[in-house]
Ligand binder design. Sequence first.
Ligand SMILES: C[C@H](OP(=O)(O)OC[C@@H](O)[C@@H](O)[C@@H](O)Cn1c2nc(=O)[nH]c(=O)c-2cc2ccc(O)cc21)C(=O)N[C@@H](CCC(=O)N[C@@H](CCC(=O)O)C(=O)O)C(=O)O
Length: 333
Amino acid sequence: MKFGIELVPNEPVFKIAAYTKAAEEQGFEYVWITDHYNNREVYSTISVLALATNKIKIGAGVTNPYTRSPVVTAASIASVNEIAGGRAILGIGPGDKMTFEALGLAGEKPLTAVRETAEVVRELLTGKKVSFDGDTVKLKNAKLDFADPKKTGVDMNIPIYIGAQGPKMLEMAGAIGDGILINGSHPDDFKAAAVQIQKGAVAAGRKPNDIDVAAYTCFSIDDDTEKAYASTKPVVAFIIAGSSDVLLERHGISQENKKEIAGAISKGDFKDLNTIITDQMADRFAVVGDFDECMKKAKELEKAGVTQLVAGSPLGPNKEKSIKLIGKMISEF
Ligand SMILES: C[C@H](OP(=O)(O)OC[C@@H](O)[C@@H](O)[C@@H](O)Cn1c2nc(=O)[nH]c(=O)c-2cc2ccc(O)cc21)C(=O)N[C@@H](CCC(=O)N[C@@H](CCC(=O)O)C(=O)O)C(=O)O
């Protein structure tokens, strides 16, 4: 199984670069930077990571088709790919609806928008002229002059991963994605996702095993188990508050639990969350605990079909220490 790290650019970019450099030295193969309008801009961030590293693959994880035009997304990831000497990866997802409200965006036809974006980005990365008359994307002889590999000397066949959770998005991701980034930390999430991915891949004449199934986990590791759980519970609370009923049912979270958690979040009662969110709940929505517990959970995810474990926020009470502990997991996996 490969290991990646998800970093949210809500800290100075040079700090993100230091974490990424440390992760590269610990054997992580991927770094994924989230894309939300209210944090530092994802392509500026991954350009710096490209300059600060020389091996780790660098991904936008994930861009959406609404806050940026697909042509600008193609130009951005191609530019980073040139700086990174061919190590860039593009993650595309339908975007967090919550953030769209603030921007007056409707986020319509998410499946069509993600599919059409992936299609035109792939075309544009060939450096050829692209005309496309889609539902959500319309192009007329658009061309990325610089994307021609003969000009950059860099392979612009950039892998495209789809950020997906819902059944139709997962099925579509199985049909078009080089990889899939699934927000989930429990084997049951990946057993359920495998059915949709398989359906989409087979219908598209693809081999499901050719697809990198990445678990975008909520991850918290520390020598002190209690501290690891305490650091992950506020993140688990936000996940539960934003989860679909299907997901909550799968993990045995009642509507009362959800209401109580959402209430505590809106009041900003984060210390209460430590009691409202039980360790059992945290185990369903996070890979959390000491080295042995996280190792065991990572093995269970691999058995459920995960091919890349992305260690996501909060990583643990101390990020630098967590990166080293996960490095030990990587070396012993
Ligand atoms: C749109 C939504 O798809 P979803 O995959 O469940 O979306 C939830 C999240 O994946 C989505 O919000 C992501 O953008 C969240 N996300 C991030 N979102 C961000 O904004 N930024 C990030 O950095 C980010 C990272 C990320 C990483 C992994 C991951 O799995 C998700 C991530 C959904 O409702 N899908 C349903 C229904 C889809 C639908 O609306 N279908 C209609 C419309 C059809 C059409 O589109 O034409 C229909 O069938 O008629 C389904 O898949 O079944």
